[in-house]
Structures are given as C-alpha cells and as structure tokens.
Design a protein around this ligand. Structure first.
Ligand SMILES: [Zn+2]
Length: 194
C-alpha cells in the first residue's frame, strides 16, 4: 500500500494547497487557491502529475498562440471587465458599474460559461447594450468586425437630421456597403442627397 503523503502547504504551479477537502469517491481532494485568487477542489493525482497547475487563468503549453505561462486571453478579458464593472473609481464607473452579473464575479464560473476566444485580438461584446455581462448576452468579435460596427454606428448629420449611417442606408434604400462606396466616391453630404 502506497504511503499517504499530505500535500497541504505545498505549491503546484499556481496552485497553493491550503487544506484537505472531502474525498470524491475514492479520490483524495485538496482545497487549492490559485495565484489569481480562485479557490477550487483539485484531485491530489492531478496536482502531483502536473495535470492541473492553475484554475484555467494561465495558458497551457498546448494552447494556440502566446507564451506559455502567460494569462489566457479569457482571463485577461475577465479581469478588464471586472475592473470596469466593479470599481467605483474607474473613469467610466457610471456606465459600467453593476454590469457584471453576480455569478461571473468568480472567474471559474466565467471560464465555464464563456467559449474560448477565436483569436488573440478578439474582444468581448455585449449583444444587447441595455443588458450586462451575463450568460447569453456576450460574444467574441474580431477586430475587423468591431471596426465595421464602429464604422456603421457613426452618427451623421445631413439636412438638419442626425442619424446612424446604417439608418441613412435604410432610408436611401441601399445597402450599407453601397453607401460606403458612395461616400468614398462623392463625399458624405453628396452621398446622402437623393
Ligand atoms: Zn487562476
């Protein structure tokens, strides 16, 4: 019979083992705290074999792009959202405070609910801006997509009327890409004149 070795107080990657946790079946479990602050029950075997070295906030060697040991895109994004939404001193506090749903204050839950970003430059977007960062209301958008959204959501004034470029296109009965072409060719004001 193998000798039982208590792992309490030991460090495995970013995990600091704080205490024994109740066994899960025949499996020895430990309560661990990650360097980012997340607490989790981890299997003893996963700690000693190196299968688990952090809560998911740090990049695994097999993941695409970025340096090993760096925080993942998802974790960095979550940290930025948390800073925006939970800090009363943030410059945009009046806009963002309270927008992060309670269950996502915990990175482990955010990590479980949110899919992996398609690439390293993608940003997270709220689908409905009237709602917060919550399950069902977020998506990853590529830089190009974000750029396109910003371009189409530009306010343009013409003949004393101020509306979004997308709405101008609708009013003119043309597609947004046709309107972009016309603006490039003729300039904004002429493109909007019928
Ligand atoms: Zn962590």
């Amino acid at each position: 019979m193998p000798k039982f070795i208590d792992l309490t107080g030991k460090q495995f990657g970013a995990w600091a083992v704080t205490a024994r946790a109740p066994n899960r079946g025949a499996t020895t479990m430990y309560l661990c705290i990650c360097s980012c602050g997340v607490e989790k029950h981890v299997q003893a075997g996963h700690l000693t074999s190196g299968a688990s070295t952090n809560c998911g906030c740090i990049r695994k060697p097999t993941k695409h792009g970025g340096a090993v040991g760096e925080f993942t895109k998802k974790y960095k994004t979550w940290r930025q959202i948390k800073a925006r939404c939970c800090n009363p001193n943030h410059k945009n506090a009046t806009i963002y405070n309270g927008l992060l749903c309670a269950q996502w204050l915990d990175f482990a839950q955010f990590d479980a609910d949110v899919p992996e970003p398609p690439n390293e430059t993608a940003t997270i977007d709220r689908i409905d801006n009237a709602k917060g960062y919550e399950p069902g209301n977020i998506r990853w958008v590529s830089k190009a997509e974000q750029h396109r959204n910003q371009r189409n959501c530009r306010w343009i004034e013409h003949n004393g009327q101020r509306q979004l470029l997308t709405d101008w296109a609708k009013e003119l009965g043309i597609t947004i890409s046709t309107l972009h072409e016309r603006i490039e060719k003729w300039g904004t004001q002429k493109a909007l004149s019928r």
